[in-house]
Design a protein around this ligand. Structure first.
Ligand code: UDP
Ligand code: MG
Length: 316
């Protein structure tokens, strides 16, 4: 078979309800583009029929390969595993739940062909809960501020990358990551286009509130040490203010006399600062935890097998 020019990467975790429809829409789009292509699915330890459905599809679709994970390692690891096995000059990532319409792929590919090495996307009329949309706004603004990157929508995974960026990503061995941000650090000529967005076609979101918080912590602490620096600055600022306050109290003692009331005000102020200190310890812990994960050097994910196109591996 010809070397593929375009690789489509899809992570899937318990997506049995979406796979048939996704394939029915994705294949005509890819065939219609008239370029050799491959589709790589990663089954991220699904407990439903996702894997068996995908395996069956490989028998009928020669362009399809399926990476079978040994457990649930998360969406970003699933994408990285597919990146490592991708061969296309252009690599497009896509969610399996049809929230990203496959019909947008040719537009993304065209942008890469124009010379952009990363094509980001902005979800027009995003179809998610009000809470998710509001949280994303906060994340997008603070991440841009902290990392100095400029991206409008970190969460949208319908994105296209040029081979050079994929090769750079493949050289990174970090155990927790956030792919759009990682790609952005290697982008020389990124662009963003607007794409449509749909509601999840079947099943529920695979992200619980806790996993969302974890993911966004990875994004914040994985790409910047600004949170730590802000903390140090805040410490300097509070000590300066309290030193000034101490001087004021001393002068006041000589002029008016000692103060007595306001014990509970003091408590309130104290608890506020104790809260900040605990937050700071937690923040430092986040970074220490990340360092710990990195130094253990455990495999980031375990591949049990690769199905399709007569390629089989045991584990890597
Ligand atoms: N996903 C995955 N592993 C996980 C969680 C999610 O491979 O542990 C996949 C999921 O199957 C989907 C994509 O990542 O293709 C996005 O997940 P989801 O739609 O649940 O996220 P949301 O749209 O709610 O942000
Ligand atoms: Mg989704």
């Amino acid at each position: 078979m010809e070397k593929p020019q375009v690789t489509i990467v899809v992570p899937a975790y318990n997506e049995e309800g979406n796979l048939n429809q996704l394939m029915e829409r994705l294949l005509p789009v890819m065939r219609g583009m008239g370029k050799p292509f491959e589709i790589i699915f990663t089954d991220d330890g699904s407990r439903d029929r996702t894997l068996s459905m995908l395996k069956e599809m490989t028998l009928k679709i020669p362009e399809l390969r399926v990476i079978e994970f040994n457990g649930n390692f998360g969406q970003h690891m699933a994408i990285l595993a597919a990146f490592e096995r991708s061969r296309g000059e252009i690599v497009v990532t896509l969610d399996a739940d049809l929230q990203n319409p496959p019909e947008e792929i040719p537009r993304l590919v065209a942008e890469v062909e124009k010379g952009h090495d990363v094509v980001g996307t902005i979800r027009l009329k995003r179809q998610d809960s009000v809470f998710r949309k509001a949280a994303s706004k906060v994340v997008n603004v603070t991440t841009n501020k902290m990392t100095g990157m400029k991206m409008s929508d970190y969460g949208c995974m319908l994105r296209a990358y040029h081979r050079t960026v994929i090769d750079n990503i493949n050289h990174c061995q970090e155990t927790t990551t956030f792919i759009p941000a990682l790609a952005q650090t290697f982008a020389a000529n990124p662009t963003e286009i607007e794409v449509s967005h749909a509601e999840r076609s079947a099943g529920d979101s695979k992200y619980s509130l806790y996993r969302l918080i974890r993911l966004n912590f990875d994004l914040m602490t994985g790409f910047s040490v600004v949170p730590l620096q802000l903390f140090a600055l805040m410490g300097v600022f509070t000590s300066l203010v309290s030193a000034g306050f101490g001087v004021f109290l001393m002068v006041r003692r000589f002029v008016i006399g000692a103060e007595v009331e306001g014990v509970f005000t003091l408590f309130a102020i104290l608890f506020f600062f104790i809260g900040i200190v605990i937050f700071g310890i937690g923040l430092v812990g986040e970074y220490v935890g990340r360092i710990y994960q990195e130094v253990r050097k455990r495999p980031r994910y375990v591949v049990r097998r690769v199905h399709g196109m007569a390629e089989n591996e045991v584990a890597s």
